[in-house]
Structure formats: structure tokens, C-alpha cells
Design a protein around this ligand. Structure first.
Ligand code: GAR
Length: 207
């Protein structure tokens, strides 16, 4: 009897170039609609990237989307570490465990520290719901609305050590409507932001 020969492992391919897809780790803190858009796009036959891990700084709803898709997840919560420096090290180690080539912050509401920047500098992308350099920080939509701007939008940046100060990679404008609330405006921003982020990630991954 001929012993069964195991099939060689077939690496995933981009379908066109025949190379393995770029490994992407996503960091999030919230509902995960941005991650869901990235995940959906990664399922295209010609996707140049695959999402290999999803990390959060708390038990965020976005992690359920990853679990349902069979993607490994982890929570690296600040409260579980003696100080911020220890958390920064743990976060960098959790990212590195997936050996990514690109890290995407998709609604991750914390600054990333030196360990992650040192390891992945120039390969960390963030999306922000305002037209930077206006309205950086945790409340980009609320701050733009309170300021009375008539046009806001979303910005994709390369992450540096500052608060939303990194190199701008792409932007999209979204008009503010007369009766907008923070929620209605944020939903319309997300609708424009997510295809833009997908486009940037695909472009970076294809390089
Ligand atoms: C996105 O609009 C993203 O730009 C924003 O959080 C939202 C995440 O939504 N990020 C920031 O405000 C970062 N300063 P989601 O949880 O539905 O993906």
C-alpha cells in the first residue's frame, strides 16, 4: 500500500501576483464597523492583504466580529498592567506575535507608545473622523460640530508619536448638515471613511 502523501501547504495568494497577502493586524476599541469593512474587503479574491489578528484595549464589540470570522483576538487592557510603559510593551508584543507587515488602528482610542512605533514605524496606519490637522484627538466629530464647520470628513494618517500628527495619506470631505447630531454626522463620515481606508490599506499592502 502506498502511504498517503500529504498535500503541500498551499499559501494564500493575491490571485494576480501569486505572492502571499500582506499580514495585517487591526487594533480597535469599539463597535468595529471600520474593521468589518476591512475584513469584508480582505475576502475579495484579489485582496493584497489578510487580517491575521485583532487586538483591543478593552472587551470591545469589534472583537466578536473577529471571533465570528475565526481571526485570533486578544485584549490588552491598561488596567491589567502596573503602568503605561508595561502596557506599551505588552501591546507591542501582542502585535508582534502575529508577525504583521502592516498595523491598522481602526477606532483604537489610545496613543501607541515607543515599543510599537520602534518596531513598526512607518507601517502603522490610523483613521480619524475629521479633516486633520483640524480636530485631532478622541472627539473629532463632536469638536468639528461644536466649531460650526460646514465641511468635515476623515483622514488616514501614518502614525507617529503625536496625537494625530502623522503624515497624511488620504482624506475625504463630508458636508455637515443643518440638523446633524454627533451620531448622524459620524455615521456619514464612516460611510466615506471606510472605503477610503480600505483603498489605502490595499495600496500599502500591494507595495
Ligand atoms: C471611526 O470613525 C474612526 O475614525 C474613529 O473611531 C471610529 C470607529 O468606529 N477613530 C477615532 O476617533 C480615533 N481618534 P467603529 O468602532 O465603528 O469602527
Amino acid at each position: 500500500m502506498t502511504p498517503a502523501t500529504p498535500l503541500p501547504a498551499t499559501p494564500a495568494t493575491t490571485g494576480t501576483a501569486g505572492t502571499a497577502p500582506t499580514r495585517v493586524v487591526v487594533l480597535l476599541s469599539g463597535a468595529g464597523s471600520t474593521f468589518a469593512a476591512l475584513l469584508e474587503a480582505s475576502r475579495a479574491a484579489d485582496s493584497p492583504y489578510e487580517i491575521v489578528g485583532v487586538l483591543a484595549d478593552k472587551p470591545a464589540a469589534g472583537l466578536d466580529i473577529a471571533r465570528d470570522a475565526g481571526i485570533p483576538t486578544a485584549v490588552v487592557a491598561l488596567r491589567d498592567f502596573p503602568d503605561r510603559a508595561a502596557w506599551d510593551e505588552a501591546l507591542a508584543a501582542a502585535v508582534a506575535a502575529h508577525d504583521p507587515e502592516l498595523v491598522v488602528l481602526a477606532g483604537f482610542m489610545r496613543l501607541v507608545g515607543c515599543p510599537l512605533l520602534d518596531a513598526y514605524g512607518g507601517r502603522i496606519v490610523n483613521t480619524h473622523p475629521a479633516l486633520l490637522p483640524s480636530f485631532p484627538g478622541a472627539h473629532g466629530v463632536r469638536d468639528a460640530l461644536a466649531h460650526g464647520v460646514k465641511i468635515t470628513g476623515a483622514t488616514i494618517i501614518e502614525v507617529d508619536a503625536g496625537v494625530d500628527t502623522g503624515r497624511i495619506l488620504a482624506q475625504v470631505a463630508v458636508p455637515v448638515l443643518e440638523d446633524d447630531t454627533e451620531d448622524t454626522l459620524h455615521e456619514r463620515i464612516k460611510a466615506a471613511e471606510q472605503p477610503l481606508l480600505v483603498d489605502v490599506v490595499r495600496t500599502l499592502a500591494a507595495r
